[in-house]
Design a binder for this molecule. Structure first.
Ligand code: SF4
Length: 156
């Protein structure tokens, strides 16, 4: 007897969804799009002290085609905006975006014509990390929030 017959199709689908999302949230592959000083805190978070491996998110990938989480770290100026969009488009689904620091989120104190006042004007953002720069603890908190979001996603 198939599982569908025994428990119903929706039961099987929801259990599959739970298992796949659980695997996804503990196997993030990050693409660090690092443009400015926030990069130092990004590197600090990914070093051994904070042990980001316990979240299954320690591997950076330097090809967007091999990554599923785009970390936008630092200021994005107008000239870089099309590059960021292109990198995002090159990533395979499912994919998520983390805005790292106040500059990526809103342009920060660079209130001028050359700076994008928030990367969500260019690409969708899943989690925002406040701070200038964010502390590693804030980055880990954002990672947990992203994991919670991924766990609730519906499979297409
Ligand atoms: S948020 Fe602060 S630390 Fe980060 S890129 Fe902007 S100015 Fe630099």
């Amino acid at each position: 007897m198939g599982l569908e017959k025994a428990f119903g199709e929706s039961w099987v689908t929801s259990k599959m969804e739970f298992a796949i999302n659980w695997a996804r949230k503990f196997s993030f592959f990050n693409y660090p799009f690092v443009t400015a000083c926030c990069g130092m805190e990004f590197m600090s978070t990914f070093a051994s002290t904070y042990d980001i491996a316990r979240f299954g998110a320690e591997f950076p990938r330097f090809s967007p085609r091999q990554a599923d989480v785009l970390f936008v770290v630092g200021t994005v100026n107008q000239k870089m905006a099309p590059v960021l969009k292109r990198v995002y488009e090159q990533m395979i689904e499912p994919k998520w975006v983390v805005s790292f620091g106040v500059c990526a989120t809103s342009g920060g104190f660079y209130d001028n014509y050359a700076v994008v006042d928030g990367i969500d004007k260019i690409i969708p953002v899943d989690v925002y990390i406040p701070g200038c720069p964010p502390r590693p603890q804030a980055v880990l908190d954002a990672l947990v929030k992203l994991q919670q979001k991924v766990q609730k996603e519906k499979l297409v």
